[in-house]
Design a protein around this ligand. Structure first.
Ligand code: IFM
Length: 442
């Protein structure tokens, strides 16, 4: 089974970047060689991680990185997106952990020697625990600590990097981590989500100032996730409920970047839930960026409600991934067009897209046709958006390999490469071969 592109697709151009993505906590393991981060303690909270697992070993990438880079190279991708563990490269006193930096520098050098572009994400949810103990993203000072960390990374990495993203999916850090508490650090309270979000966005803006000044030759930006919001019916009430949800979950993170303001619904939220905005913050947050990373997996459907601003409705009889997420590629094209109409955007990279599916290993092979179908339909959706005028420069499959899927532990597999967690053996799935062939047959 193949993944194909239309004959004249711009995605066939050698200028279009195809890559694979991972993140530090999800693959690295070797926790004893770095400072603890919020995910190291989160799993100890009763019921927080579905299989009670942790990131102590994960994919043992710290010890197997050369094998993993060979694997990436065998997939013939143009780029590898990965994140830096803040807790691995910085000491508590703000000095650099040379051992940790060395690890990433060796990895970057090896990528360069293999002619694979390095897309570095500076923060993918693994805040050093000692910073959480000082209030984490609820403490404005964390944003300044992030700026300092960025400065150190940029100074150490020199010209080895192709692209820096400040944050991965600040929505998840803020909403899942500080509002509904299903991700680390597990804090719950409506009053906290938007406050944490503001400090994350401030951290992004401060880091962008560093990147634009100290690393002007890299492609610098941020990665946002979007779950497009649809109304259950055409009623005015359901439509406004879905618009409210869209502002709350999606536009909240992009509008400050491009319009230097939060969505209007801010005025409908109780003042106790407002972010603590200091004069000048929105100017910092809306620094120019070279690219916008967009992560898409699924859509959501909303209904009006008499007590809440919206309630989410689970669609019936629709195809789902193993995460229970609806497979709905049309929303991907619509999202890209909609953002393109709403904002003046820099070049877009699809920095994550993919699916957790139930994989079966039969005679040593994983014939994951449902994942190939997912990729086929979503890559076609990207192609359609480009045809409609959206300026998209790249696409990254999430994920290179099965890994620690946060609150789901190791139960959900997103990889195009299978990982046997007992032996750490990697096996390229049929989707991995199909992705490789798509790239090499451009
Ligand atoms: O695994 C995550 C990733 O860390 C961030 N984006 C969504 C993926 C799938 O849930």
């Amino acid at each position: 089974m193949k993944i194909t592109l239309p004959k004249l697709s711009p995605m066939r151009s050698p200028e279009f970047t195809f890559g694979v993505a991972t993140s530090s906590f999800q693959i690295e393991g070797s926790v004893e060689t770095r400072l603890p981060c919020i995910w190291d303690s989160f799993y100890q909270q009763e019921g927080s991680v579905a299989d009670n697992s942790n990131g102590d070993v994960a994919c043992d990438h710290i010890n197997r990185w050369q094998e993993d880079l060979a694997l990436i190279s065998s997939l013939e991708v143009d780029a590898y997106r990965f994140s830096i563990s803040w807790a691995r490269v910085m000491n508590k006193d703000g000095s650099v952990n040379q051992q940790g930096m060395k690890f990433y520098i060796a990895l970057l050098d090896e990528l360069k020697s293999k002619n694979i572009k390095a897309f570095v994400t500076l923060y993918h949810w693994d805040l050093p625990l000692h910073l959480e103990e000082q209030g984490g993203w609820l403490n404005r000072n964390t944003a300044y600590k992030f700026r300092d960390y960025t400065q150190c990374v940029v100074a150490e990495f020199g010209d080895r990097v192709y692209s820096y993203a400040t944050l991965n999916e600040p929505f998840c850090s803020a909403y899942l981590g500080y509002e509904i508490g299903i991700h680390a650090p597990g804090i719950k309270g409506k009053a906290f989500g938007k406050k944490a979000a503001h400090h994350l966005l401030l951290a992004h803006g401060l880091a962008m100032q560093v990147l634009n000044q100290e690393s002007p030759n890299t492609l610098n930006g941020i990665v946002l996730n979007f779950t497009p919001c649809y109304a259950e019916t055409n009623s005015r009430e359901d439509i406004s409920a879905s618009e409210f949800a869209d502002d709350y979950f999606n536009q909240w993170y992009i509008k400050p970047l491009f319009d230097a303001q939060y969505p209007e619904i801010l005025n409908q939220l109780p003042t106790t839930d407002h972010p603590d905005v200091v004069d000048g913050d929105l100017d910092i947050i809306s620094q120019p960026i070279d690219f916008l990373g967009i992560n898409y997996y699924s859509r959501a459907i909303y209904r009006a409600d008499t007590t809440e601003n919206f309630i989410s409705v689970l669609p019936k009889d629709v195809p789902l991934t193993d995460m229970g997420w609806e497979i709905y590629p049309k929303a991907f094209t619509e999202l890209l067009e909609d953002l393109n109409n709403k904002y003046i955007l820099p070049p877009i990279y699809i920095t994550e897209n993919g699916a957790a599916m139930v994989d079966e290993k039969i005679n040593g092979q994983i014939n994951d046709t449902s994942r190939i179908e997912y990729y086929q339909s979503h890559i076609a959706a990207v192609n359609n958006a480009i045809a409609k005028g959206v300026n998209i420069h790249g696409y990254f499959a999430w994920s290179l390999m099965d890994n620690f899927e946060w609150a789901e532990g190791y139960l959900k597999r997103f990889g195009i490469v299978h990982v046997d967690y007992e032996t750490q053996q990697r096996t390229i799935k049929a989707s991995g071969y199909a992705y490789r062939d798509l790239i090499s047959n451009r």
